[in-house]
Every structure is written in C-alpha cells, then in structure tokens.
Design a protein around this ligand. Structure first.
Ligand SMILES: Cc1cc2nc3c(=O)[nH]c(=O)nc-3n(C[C@H](O)[C@H](O)[C@H](O)COP(=O)(O)O)c2cc1C
Length: 195
C-alpha cells in the first residue's frame, strides 16, 4: 500500500479546507489506504531564511519541524494539500512549507542538474482550496504557485477541488454536496495512487 500524506494548511482547526480534507482523507482510508496527516499550524517551522545552506546537499539546514516533513514529502506517493485563499494565494502556513522546499529545488536543479520539464512525476497531488469571494480569477495565483511547488516535488496535479463563497468557519457544512465530492475524490485519489 502506497503512502498518502495529507497536509492541512488552514490556521483554523475546523476551517472549511480542514473539513474538506478530512472528508478526502476518510475516503482514502475507506479504500484501505495509509494516510499520514500533517497540521501545519501545530508545527514549529521557520520561514526560509535564504541562506542556501541547502546548496551542498539539497537539505535545509534549519533544524526545526520541517526536517521531518521533508522526509515525509519524499517518501509519500500521494500528496493531499489543503489551503484557504489568503490574498489570492495560499495561507502563510502553507507558503512557509513551500518556501522551505527551496531545498528540494536546489537539489533538483543545482545539484542533480535536471533540465526543467524533463523529470517524470513520481507522485500524485490533490489540492483543495476555498475562498470567500466568487471572482473568476480567485484561484489563478494559487494554481500558478502550486504548479511550481509540485514541480519541485515531482508531483503531478491529479485534481483540484476549488470552492467559492465559503467564508466563516464551518460554512462548508451548508454544502453537503461539496463534502461528498471531497470524500469521493479522496477515494478515487487513493485508488489512482495505488494503481
Ligand atoms: C488573511 C486572510 C486573507 C483572505 N484573503 C482572501 C482572498 O484574497 N480572497 C477570498 O476570496 N477570500 C479571502 N479570505 C477568506 C478565506 O479564504 C475564507 O474565509 C476561507 O473560507 C477560509 O478557509 P479555512 O476555513 O479553511 O481557513 C481571506 C481570509 C483571511 C483571514
């Protein structure tokens, strides 16, 4: 059974993306998948300090909770990531994680010298996001950020579940169809990861 990592990027414990990711995780578990959860708000993780201590070995030299996350990211076959939209991008918790993965960027492009666009995806990604407003461009910035983050992880974006007009904690509970979709998607994702 291949490992799935579920990363919770909301500062809220019972936020909308949290509830949706819980459903996706449950769907995956119901197929018999193994899922490890990471709640970013519970970790002590410095932002990237741009000192490039990673340039020799491709491993970040800041000794904090990212060290364990780094190993989990590299050993998973499926990554579920959930973040709310904050100022048209991901939450600060999520962005700190992404920036710390600059160590993987250094490994891939400086140390291993992989030509851009030539690595084969090793893992699948499911992205879940929610915003309060309903503009057409609500998720544009985030999806661009995600594309480059996933590239560094050698992950392909298997599916994105994006929901508009959800603002207050628990608003998503008024939309059982969104929760159902997240559950079913979690199931399908686990099956795809294990195929
Ligand atoms: C700091 C901050 C910035 C936000 N920026 C946006 C935004 O740019 N566009 C938007 O539609 N909603 C924005 N929101 C609303 C959140 O996306 C919304 O409340 C969402 O449901 C939060 O998801 P969560 O409960 O999973 O944390 C913002 C909220 C906060 C606290």
């Amino acid at each position: 059974m291949k490992q799935i990592l579920a990363i919770y990027g909301s500062p809220r414990r019972k936020g909308n993306t949290t509830l949706l990711l819980d459903q996706a995780v449950q769907g995956a578990l119901d197929t018999g998948a193994q899922v490890e959860k990471i709640v970013l708000r519970d970790l002590k993780m410095s932002p990237c300090l741009e000192i490039y201590g990673c340039k020799e070995k491709g491993r970040c030299v800041i000794q904090d909770d990212f060290q364990k996350v780094y190993d989990q990211l590299l050993s998973c076959h499926g990554l579920m990531l959930a973040s709310p939209i904050f100022f048209y991008t991901v939450s600060a918790h999520t962005k700190i994680l992404m920036d710390r993965c600059q160590s993987l960027w250094a490994k891939k492009y400086w140390i291993d010298k992989i030509p851009y666009g030539q690595s084969k995806p090793k893992r699948k990604g499911l992205f879940i996001s929610v915003g309060a407003t309903r503009g057409n461009r609500l998720f544009e910035g985030t999806l661009l950020t995600l594309e480059y983050f996933f590239d560094v992880l050698d992950a392909e974006l298997w599916k994105a579940l994006l929901y508009r007009e959800l603002d207050f904690e628990g608003d998503v509970l008024k939309h059982p169809e969104y929760l159902q979709e997240a559950y079913e998607t979690g199931k399908e994702f686990a099956i795809a990861v294990n195929a």
